[in-house]
Design a protein around this ligand. Structure first.
Ligand SMILES: C[S@@+](CC[C@H](N)C(=O)[O-])C[C@H]1O[C@@H](n2cnc3c(N)ncnc32)[C@H](O)[C@@H]1O
Length: 259
C-alpha cells in the first residue's frame, strides 16, 4: 500500500467532516434536535436571517433552511462548502453557502441570529478568538443573539483511540489530549486506510498543527462576550430541548448572548 500525506482541507475535511460524520448513527436526528433548540432559544421565525459560522458540510444549515429560515453559511474548507451545495441542491433548499475565514468575517447588523455549532470556536490565539466574537457581534441586528455550542470544559468526553469503518475505508483516530496549563485541547491525529484507492493517508504537518482548540470556562467566555459588547449571557447544559441548566457535569456548554 502507498502512503500519502495530505493537508487539512484534502484529508480532514472530506474524511472526518463528511464521511466520518455521516457514519454516526442517528446524526440526522441529532441535527434536527439541535436545530429545534436553536430556533426556540434564538426566538427564530420563518423568514429570519441566520448566519452559520464554520458550517462544515452544512448539515445543520440545510436543516435550518428546511425550516424556512434564510441561511448564510460559510466554512474555511472549499471542499466542505462544495459538499454542502450539492446536498442543498439534492434536498431542494436554498442556502447561501460560501468559502470564508471567520477571522475575516465582516457583516454589519444583517442577521437575526448567528450560530457556531459542534464547538467551532477557539481555534486561534486569545486575541484572534476575541476578534471572531467581535465580528459575530457586529453581524447581528440590535437585540438579536449569538449561540455557541461548546464542549463543557469541566466534563470533556472520554476521548479514546477509535477505529471507524467508513465508506471505502477505515479511519483510526487518536484521542484528543488536554494541555491543562495552556487550556488547549490538541487535535486528533488520524490515519485513513483508503481501501478503494489501496493507500494509507496520513495527516501532513499543517493538518496536525492547525487542529488545536483553546478551551474557555463559562466565566471566561462570559467576560469575553461582554467585552465585545454582548449582554444577557445565558448558559445551558445541552444543545437540545427542553432547556437544561448548565452545571459541571453537563454534556455541553451552550452559551447564548444578546447584542
Ligand atoms: C467541529 S467542525 C463543525 C462543523 C459544523 N458546524 C458542524 O456542526 O458539523 C469545525 C469547522 O470549522 C471550520 N473552520 C476551521 N477554521 C475556520 C476558519 N478560520 N473560518 C471558518 N471556518 C473554519 C472547519 O473547516 C470545520 O468545518
Amino acid at each position: 500500500m502507498d502512503k500519502v500525506e495530505l493537508g487539512w482541507n484534502e484529508f480532514w475535511a472530506e474524511t472526518f467532516r463528511v464521511k466520518h460524520r455521516r457514519s454516526i448513527q442517528g446524526i440526522q436526528h441529532y441535527d434536527r434536535m439541535v436545530v429545534d433548540f436553536c430556533i426556540e432559544a434564538l426566538g427564530l421565525k420563518k423568514g429570519h436571517e441566520i448566519l452559520d459560522i464554520a458550517c462544515g458540510a452544512g448539515d445543520q444549515s440545510i436543516e435550518l433552511a428546511k425550516r424556512k429560515l434564510k441561511v448564510t453559511a460559510f466554512d474555511i474548507s472549499d471542499r466542505l462548502i462544495e459538499v454542502g451545495q450539492e446536498h442543498a441542491k439534492a434536498d431542494g433548499v436554498d442556502v447561501n453557502f460560501f468559502t470564508g475565514d471567520m477571522r475575516n468575517m465582516k457583516f454589519d447588523k444583517q442577521f437575526d441570529a448567528a450560530v457556531m455549532l459542534s464547538h467551532s470556536f477557539g481555534f486561534f490565539n486569545h486575541d484572534v478568538n476575541m476578534q471572531v466574537l467581535k465580528a459575530s457581534h457586529d453581524a447581528l441586528k440590535e437585540g438579536r443573539k449569538l449561540l455557541l455550542d461548546l464542549m463543557n470544559p469541566y466534563n470533556l468526553p472520554r476521548f479514546q483511540q477509535t477505529w471507524t469503518e467508513l465508506e471505502g475505508g477505515f479511519l483510526l483516530s487518536e484521542p484528543h489530549v488536554l494541555d491543562a496549563p495552556a487550556g488547549v485541547l490538541t487535535g486528533r491525529p488520524a490515519i485513513y486506510i483508503d481501501v478503494e484507492a489501496d493507500r494509507i493517508v496520513l495527516m501532513n504537518q499543517d493538518a496536525l498543527e492547525n487542529n488545536n482548540i483553546r478551551m474557555y470556562t463559562a466565566l471566561e467566555i462570559k467576560a469575553m462576550l461582554e467585552e465585545v459588547g454582548f449582554s444577557r449571557i445565558e448558559l445551558y447544559g445541552e444543545n437540545q430541548l427542553p432547556r437544561r441548566q448548565y452545571c459541571s457535569t453537563s454534556e455541553r456548554m451552550v452559551v447564548i448572548a444578546s447584542r
